[in-house]
Design a protein around this ligand. Structure first.
Ligand code: TEU
Ligand code: CA
Length: 557
């Protein structure tokens, strides 16, 4: 298999707003990140991905950009950025920026001009359509509730926004827009960055025809992603981006490809390097969704998770490349979601989940705080929430349609909402978890007294040091990066078992997703018995049984 530095990388995602505040204003910033680079380096991380740091009104916490070539006031200055990049490179790490070019902020100068008149030079930078029978051009619904169209009085037309109205979609069919984006990307590459995470990049090529889509039972709109994802010119535009920008630098590029299928991923992450290095897929994030999407307290059924991940492991083998993630700034904390965040089981299940993911084939992503076993937080009222997606879904499912009561919705937001990932990083047991000397912009999880970095960095048995060993193993054992994946016992409802094999090495990974003590399945009993040692495990000794939330990686050849 073709080798590449980004296949051997381990990426740490920082959500700057909640990572570390250096000036006491309660908001994380670039100087705060610089203070914590040694903490990240010590984990064994090789690449840092920062969520958007560009100028933004923060309607969607930076995913609504008003100036792509300047730094958000709250985060610092371009000089701070230059210092951050230098400090990261000096530590032998790389920096990946978050590229949000499916849409801009409505405060971006392009949109401020575009909305002025129909014949404005920037009009076609965005997607404007006439009303149809006095209403929205199509029945498309936004990712964040409501219509995906916003009426603009000045020119009597609607503009498309697949997220909130303050995030108007760019018109990628306009070659001038593509050139603007490619020039901006080149500008950042010339500054020396090492890659891009590309926000909803699968949505940039819109359908040739703007017409109504299918509406699900009980819904008012047709989900826009279903008609816009993986559009007719998607791969043409990405190959143009690759040819004009990406291929000229030594980059890690990861597409956040909402609604991507395995077949489409083979195009986005094709191994000939003509598009992107890899993609974030979402099928495994949807295994605990239902007719209300992720807004449900549906429990994980392990065979569903195994079916998705094993299919992606085998499906991309040799032809493309996987990313590996449980967490990011849009997902709840996995130890609460699919582990057990209470008592002794929190540490065990956090290490088990980490083992399950990090022994697979692909580039692993660690989201800030995941390496500490940070957990979800309880929100009792929507007024405690910051996330626009949560606020809008509350109105949709409680106020407007009464699908859920207030208590039901708050319980579900506490389980699945994005705010769970945005509580401030827990550095130590001092006030505000050492995140800020001021008033934190968002509530700190009260469990910071016991769950924090200071309590773990020096403890050899901590979750932090377990992640450090997993990452070290990946650097030592080539079979973990390049070995073949084979799932075992796919139907088992409690255990996730798979092997990774290369010419002269084979490992067996066993993860117990439950608090039950279980027998070793007969199918792997011999492999276990003849093992040549344990590479890593979350119990100090070995047992005839598989214990609650046990993870163990045997060397079998
Ligand atoms: O997220 C795109 C996306 O698919 C989100 O709808 C996400 O999957 C969802 O919130 C999970 O329930 C990207 C960014 O990661 C997200 O933070 C932004 O809000 C969004 O695009 C718009 O830029
Ligand atoms: Ca600050």
């Amino acid at each position: 298999m073709q080798k590449a530095w980004w296949k051997e990388a381990v990426v740490y995602q920082i959500y700057p707003r909640s990572f570390m505040d250096s000036n006491g204003d309660g908001i994380g910033d670039l100087q705060g990140i610089i203070k914590k680079l040694d903490y990240i380096k010590n984990l064994g991380i090789t690449v840092i991905w920062v969520s958007p740091i560009y100028k933004s009104p923060n309607k969607d916490n930076g995913y609504d950009i008003s100036d792509y070539q300047d730094i958000m006031d709250e985060f610092g200055t371009m000089e701070d950025f230059d210092e951050l990049l230098k400090e990261i490179h000096q530590r032998g790490m790389k920096l990946v920026m978050d590229l949000v070019v499916n849409h801009t902020s409505d405060q971006h100068k392009w949109f401020l001009e575009s909305r002025k008149s129909k014949d404005n030079k920037y009009r076609d930078y965005y997607i404007w359509k006439d009303p149809v029978d006095g209403h929205e051009p199509t029945n498309w619904g936004s990712y964040f509730s409501g219509s995906a169209w916003q009426f603009d009085e000045t020119t009597g037309q609607y503009y498309l926004h697949q997220f909130v109205p303050e995030q108007p979609d760019l018109n990628w069919d306009n070659p001038v827009v593509r050139k603007e984006v490619f020039d901006m990307m080149t500008w950042w590459c010339e500054k020396g960055i090492d890659g891009f995470r590309m926000d909803v990049i699968s949505l940039i090529s819109k359908p040739e025809e703007y017409k109504d889509g299918p509406v699900k039972e009980g819904e008012k709109y047709s989900f826009c992603g279903a008609v816009t994802a993986n559009g007719p010119h998607e791969h043409e535009y990405l190959q143009e981006m690759n040819q004009k920008v990406l291929s000229r630098y030594n980059l890690l590029t990861v597409g956040e490809t909402s609604c991507v299928t395995l077949e489409e991923a083979k195009k986005y992450a094709r191994s000939d390097g003509k598009e992107l290095s890899m993609v974030f897929q979402f099928e495994h994030m949807d295994v605990d969704s239902d007719e209300h999407g992720k807004w449900t307290d549906k429990k994980l059924y392990l065979p569903d998770l195994k079916e998705v991940l094993n299919r992606w492991q085998k499906g991309l083998e040799e032809v493309a490349w996987n990313s590996l993630y449980w967490n990011n700034h849009d997902q709840p904390r996995v130890v609460s979601r699919w582990g057990n965040d209470s008592g002794e089981y929190r540490e065990l299940s956090a290490k088990m989940l980490a083992t399950c993911l990090h022994m697979m084939q692909g580039t692993p992503y660690v989201y800030q705080g995941e390496e500490l076993g940070m957990t979800n937080m309880h929100f009792s009222d929507v007024s405690e929430c910051d996330d626009i997606e949560e606020k809008n879904i509350y109105i949709d499912l409680v106020t407007d349609t009464k699908v859920y009561t207030h208590d039901q919705m708050m319980d579900i937001i506490s389980k699945k909402g994005r705010d769970n990932a945005r509580t401030p990083m827990q550095w130590d047991d001092s006030e505000n978890a050492g995140f800020t000397t001021g008033t934190p912009w968002f509530a700190v999880n009260p469990n910071y007294k016991t769950i924090n970095a200071a309590a773990q960095v020096e403890d050899p048995d901590s979750i932090y040091n377990y992640y450090r060993k997993l990452i070290e193993l990946r650097k030592e054992e080539e079979v973990i990066v390049y070995g073949t994946f084979d799932g075992l016992e796919d139907a088992d409802e409690n255990l996730y078992i798979y092997t990774r094999s290369s010419e002269n090495k084979k490992i067996l990974v066993i993860c117990n997703f439950t608090e039950k003590e279980l027998d070793v399945p007969a199918s792997i009993a011999d492999m276990v018995k003849e093992n040549r040692g344990i590479l890593i495990g979350n119990y100090k000794d070995i047992s005839e049984k598989i214990r609650p939330y046990e993870a163990v990686v045997y060397l079998t050849k």
